[in-house]
Structures are given as structure tokens and as C-alpha cells.
Design a protein. Structure first.
Length: 141
């Protein structure tokens, strides 16, 4: 257990070291990002991902993967070619500090939970089964 905690601590510490960008510098680099991801990282079109509020290390990794070709993103082909590793860290830092819209903060499964609770509340309003005893038989009504 002790080794696991140390390993986890080192991993989390290294994630912070990997993505140490400057958000102010990143804001200056967002001119090409605005068209698809919006001014604050909240895309208005469903075909482009919302990147506001994402984890900085995650964003940096995705940007590097797209730039190197490890991740296929056809619409971003060529956009990241002229950027350095520090530029990618700065972009990740900028978008990580943005806040997602409230609609994006809901969990995807919350719709099913609300549907289930509505059905459960409707079921509780139905009359419960009663046992009616007749002289010759017990009948469930």
C-alpha cells in the first residue's frame, strides 16, 4: 500500500511538471482556435469539442498527440505545425483556466437518473396491491 501511495504521488507530481504553461501567453495564441472552439473554449457547434475547464495535462497531451500525428484530428491538420512545446503548454494552461458552460457541467448519465426518479415517483403514486379475503379464496386486487 505504501509503494502504491508513493507511486501515485510521484505520478500526480509529474503531471503538474509536464504541463506548466503560462495562460497569458496562451491567450495570445488562440487566434486560430476561436473559430472552432469559441472565444472561451466553449464551442457553439456540436462537431467541435468544448475544451474549457479540461485538465491542463490532458489538454497538453492531446495537443502533442495531434501535432505528432499520434491522434488523428482531420480538422486540426496543420494548425499546430508551427507551435513549439512551450506554446502547446501555454494553450493548455489558458483553456484549463476557462470555465465550461453550465450545460456542459451536467453528467451525461444525469438524464437517465432523472428519468428513473420520475418513473419511481410515478410508480409510488399507483395504488398498492391489496389482499381481499373472500370466504372461499384470497384474491389480490
Amino acid at each position: 500500500m505504501y509503494k502504491l501511495m508513493i507511486t501515485l504521488g510521484l505520478f500526480l507530481a509529474s503531471a503538474g511538471v509536464l504541463a506548466a504553461g503560462d495562460a497569458k501567453q496562451g491567450e495570445a495564441l488562440t487566434a486560430t482556435c476561436l473559430a472552432c472552439h469559441g472565444s472561451d473554449g466553449n464551442s457553439l457547434a456540436g462537431s467541435f469539442p468544448n475544451i474549457a475547464g479540461q485538465n491542463e495535462a490532458y489538454l497538453y497531451k492531446q495537443l502533442v498527440d495531434i501535432q505528432t500525428g499520434a491522434r488523428s484530428a482531420v480538422l486540426m491538420t496543420g494548425i499546430l505545425d508551427g507551435l513549439t512545446s512551450q506554446n502547446l503548454e501555454d494553450l493548455a494552461a489558458y483553456y484549463a483556466r476557462k470555465h465550461p458552460h453550465k450545460a456542459q457541467q451536467t453528467r451525461p448519465w444525469s438524464r437517465w437518473v432523472s428519468l428513473f426518479t420520475k418513473q419511481a415517483s410515478l410508480a409510488s403514486k399507483w395504488p398498492r396491491a391489496r389482499v381481499v379475503t373472500h370466504r372461499r379464496a384470497r384474491v389480490m386486487v
